[in-house]
Design a protein around this ligand. Structure first.
Ligand code: ACO
Length: 333
């Protein structure tokens, strides 16, 4: 990244989690599973479920929170990016609904689909408009209502996912903070490992497609597990190395929250100490594009993010997609 360009830095962070808690004990009543199995295999104790509202509801709450924290007006926003695999509908984009709901009359808005890597993809994308000087303020939101596409009777997925949203405001840095570098990847040959087949142009919604459950998320759990550990560690170390840094230089590593064992195995491979790693999967579960910004927001509240800290965000998801962003933390509200 050219050093003459201004860096995009995070000036506000916000999260939204629905009120209703779905515990492992609740799931025991629906599928053949146990609290013990779920905790041991995933590290998840509970997840949040959004009733009666779509994804844009959570994304709008996040957008409003970002404006409030930063003390700026909706008309100050130039671009709204929403990463999601659970848009309110196929058309229009959820980002347009957020734009309307917060009254950001000068902003353009679009959705970005990279599943669990969605927020990191969107952060890096949004940062380019700041670095190029095209925009002053970009909102980047990761939001997913996973309960809308999860088969409640599929025990291999219904235990993993939750609903939630998080986001950040990006502006040009004046203090040397911001996005230092990034490394992003995609490999569509892994398309079958994680997918929602129905409802698009390949398998348009029909009575049959719904009967077959094609509108639900399906995965090859063991394949995704191995891929996630390998790629998260690989891309994180590669990004550090090309910036002449090591894992020991990191103040906080914020990984996608898919499974506690994926996070621990990634941290082990990287040689990270547990206090360097942010985890909140126990009470949030996997909210897909929401995990990284929700974790960032919780880390900030817990006092684990200080100006000048070196922070790495890494994610892997359907597509397959994966990537990592390295940033110097500023003074985010
Ligand atoms: N409760 C009880 N038993 C279960 C459950 C459950 N919810 N799910 C599976 N089992 C059983 C299986 O049937 C199997 O039984 P068997 O040995 O008699 O055949 C046994 O438990 C072991 O099954 P595995 O699939 O090998 O279990 P594993 O340890 O791999 O855990 C899991 C499964 C949790 C899905 C894991 O593979 C995983 O987390 N994979 C990553 C998937 C993921 O995170 N996807 C999210 C989106 S992608 C992303 O975010 C990166």
């Amino acid at each position: 990244m050219a050093s003459t360009q201004p860096r995009a830095t995070i000036t506000a962070v916000e999260r939204f989690l629905p009120e209703r808690i779905l515990s492992n004990k609740d799931l025991e009543k629906v599928v053949d599973t146990s609290d013990e199995w779920i905790r041991e295999r995933t590290g998840i104790a509970e997840r949040r479920i959004l009733d009666g509202e779509p994804t844009s509801y959570m994304a709008t709450k996040v957008a409003q929170g970002l404006l409030r924290r930063r003390g700026c007006h909706a008309d100050d926003i130039d671009l709204i990016l929403v990463a999601t695999i659970t848009p309110d509908m196929v058309l229009p984009a959820t980002a347009c609904l957020v734009q309307d709901q917060i009254g950001a009359s000068k902003a353009w808005a679009f959705d970005l689909l990279a599943a669990c890597s969605g927020f990191v993809y969107a952060l890096v994308t949004g940062a380019q408009f700041i670095s190029s000087g095209a925009h002053k303020r970009v909102m980047v939101i990761g939001a997913d209502k996973m309960s809308a596409i999860t088969d409640p009777h599929d025990r291999s997925t219904c235990i993993l996912f939750g609903d939630g949203a998080g986001g950040v405001l990006l502006e040009a840095a004046e203090d040397g903070s911001g996005l230092i570098d990034f490394e992003m990847h995609a490999d569509g040959s892994g398309r079958d490992d994680l997918h929602v087949r129905g409802g698009g142009s390949a398998y348009p919604a029909t009575h049959e497609s719904v009967d077959e459950g094609l509108h639900f998320i399906r995965q090859e759990g063991r394949t995704v597990f191995k891929f996630a550990v390998q790629r998260m560690a690989e891309v994180s170390l590669s990004l550090l190395q090309r910036n002449e840094l090591t894992a020991q230089d990191l103040d906080l590593f914020v990984p996608h929250q898919a499974n506690r064992r994926i996070i621990d195995a990634t941290a082990n491979r990287m040689g990270l100490a547990s206090e360097q790693v942010m985890t909140n999967i126990e009470h949030v579960a996997n909210t897909t594009a929401g995990t990284v910004p929700i974790a960032l927001s919780e880390a900030l509240d817990e006092g684990r993010l200080k100006p000048g800290n070196l922070v790495q965000l890494t994610a892997v998801g359907g597509g397959l997609t994966w990537g990592s962003a390295l940033l110097r933390w500023g003074n985010a509200a």
